[in-house]
Design a protein around this ligand. Structure first.
Ligand SMILES: Nc1ncnc2c1ncn2[C@@H]1O[C@H](COP(=O)(O)OP(=O)(O)O)[C@@H](O)[C@H]1O
Ligand SMILES: N[C@@H](CCOP(=O)(O)O)C(=O)O
Length: 318
C-alpha cells in the first residue's frame, strides 16, 4: 500500500492590474495525504480536518478528487481506490486560491502515487485547463510570483490542437515587500465574482492596466514604494467587485493611512491584500482589523511570507 503526502500553498492572484495573469504563493498551506487502497469495496474515502472541514465535499464531487481523476484520464489509466486525508489551512472561497490548492494537490498527488510519469510543465498545463486561468495554479505549483501568457505559437491557427501553450515568467519579489492579508469571515465564490465583470473594456482601461502592471513588476523587484503605490490600481476587475465586499473603502483607506504601499482585492475576494514595508506591517494589520471590527465584521489579518517552493512532498526528507 503506497502513501504520499504533500503541502500546497495558498495564492494571491491578480495583484491589482494583473487580472488573470499574475499571482504569488503565500505561507498558508493545505495538506493532502493519498493512500492507495488494496480493497475493491471502497473506491474513495475522504477525511477532512480543519476549521471549515464541513464545507468540503467528501464524495466524488470533491475538487481534489476530480483533479486526481483528471490525471488518470490524461495518462489513460484506471484510477486506483484511494483514501484521501485533507488538512485545511487555506480559508475557502476567500480569494486565497483554495480551489487551486485542490486542483494542484490532486494532480501532484496522483503523479507521485503513479511514479511521476508526467513532468511539472505537463501538470501545470492540466491545472490551468481545469481552473481556467493560470494566476493561482501556476504559483501554487511552482511557488514564488509568476506571470503567465499564452505561448508564442507561430503555427497557423488551423494547425493548432486548440490547446493553449503557456509561457511562465518568474517575477523577483523584494524582501521588504510584505504581503498582509485581511481575511473577513464571509465568503465570495470566484464563480460569482467573475459574473459581475464586463465582457469588453475601453482602450483606455486596457492601456491603464498594461502600464500599471509594468510598474507592479518593477516595484516588486526593487521594493520602490513610489512605483508600488502607483502600480496597485486596476480598471478591469476591482471597480466591479469592490461593492461585493462590505467595508472595502474603509479598510482600503485605513491600510493606506497606516502606511501600506497599496491595497488590492486578493484574487476574486473578499480577502484584501496590502503590500507593506516590513516596519509597518503590524500597524497595517491592526488598522485593517479594527475597521472591519467597527463594521461588525470578524476578520483574520496577518503578515505572511511569499512561498518560493510551491507544491511539495512532505513525507520524505530530500
Ligand atoms: N482543500 C480542498 N479540497 C477539496 N476542495 C476544495 C478545497 N479547497 C477548496 N475546494 C473547493 O474550491 C471551492 C472554493 O473555490 P473558489 O470559489 O474558487 O474560492 P477560492 O478563492 O478559495 O479559490 C470550495 O467550495 C471547494 O469546492
Ligand atoms: N483571476 C481570478 C483569480 C481568482 O482567485 P481566487 O483565489 O479567488 O480563486 C479572478 O480574479 O477571478
Amino acid at each position: 500500500m503506497s502513501t504520499v503526502s504533500i503541502a500546497v500553498p495558498a495564492t494571491t492572484a491578480n495583484l491589482g492590474p494583473g487580472f488573470d495573469c499574475i499571482g504569488a504563493a503565500l505561507s498558508l498551506y493545505n495538506e493532502f495525504q493519498f493512500t492507495q487502497l488494496t480493497s475493491t469495496e471502497t473506491a474513495l474515502k475522504i477525511n477532512v480536518t480543519g476549521a471549515e472541514a464541513k464545507r468540503v465535499q467528501t464524495d466524488e464531487s470533491n475538487l481534489l478528487y476530480q483533479a486526481f481523476l483528471q490525471f488518470y484520464q490524461h495518462i489513460e489509466k484506471t484510477p486506483p481506490p484511494v483514501e484521501i486525508d485533507i488538512k485545511l489551512g487555506v480559508p475557502l472561497a476567500r480569494g486565497l486560491g483554495s480551489s487551486a490548492t485542490a486542483i494542484v494537490g490532486g494532480l501532484v498527488g496522483a503523479n507521485l502515487l503513479t511514479g511521476e510519469p508526467l513532468r511539472q510543465v505537463e501538470l501545470m498545463q492540466l491545472a490551468i485547463q481545469m481552473e481556467g486561468h493560470p494566476d493561482n495554479v501556476v504559483p501554487a505549483l511552482l511557488g514564488g510570483c509568476r506571470l503567465a501568457a499564452t505561448g508564442l505559437n507561430f503555427e497557423p491557427q488551423r494547425h493548432r490542437e486548440h490547446r493553449e501553450e503557456w509561457e511562465i515568467c518568474n517575477i523577483p519579489w523584494h524582501w521588504n515587500v510584505v504581503p498582509v492579508v485581511a481575511i473577513p469571515d464571509f465568503e465570495l465564490s470566484t464563480l460569482e465574482a467573475r459574473k459581475v465583470l464586463p465582457s469588453e473594456y475601453s482602450r483606455g482601461d486596457a492601456i491603464f492596466n498594461t502600464a500599471h502592471l509594468g510598474f507592479l513588476l518593477r516595484g516588486l523587484e526593487t521594493g520602490r514604494g513610489d512605483w508600488l503605490r502607483v502600480a496597485m490600481q486596476d480598471k478591469i476587475h476591482q471597480p466591479y467587485r469592490k461593492s461585493l465586499i462590505p467595508g472595502y473603502d474603509a479598510v482600503y483607506s485605513a491600510a493606506l493611512s497606516a502606511g501600506a504601499y497599496g491595497v488590492v482585492i486578493s484574487g476574486a475576494g473578499p480577502t484584501l491584500l496590502a503590500l507593506v514595508d516590513s516596519e509597518k506591517a503590524e500597524r497595517v494589520c491592526q488598522a485593517m482589523q479594527s475597521v472591519w471590527q467597527q463594521e461588525e465584521i470578524k476578520s483574520e489579518v496577518k503578515a505572511l511570507k511569499v512561498d518560493f517552493q510551491g507544491a511539495r512532498r512532505t513525507d520524505v526528507e530530500f
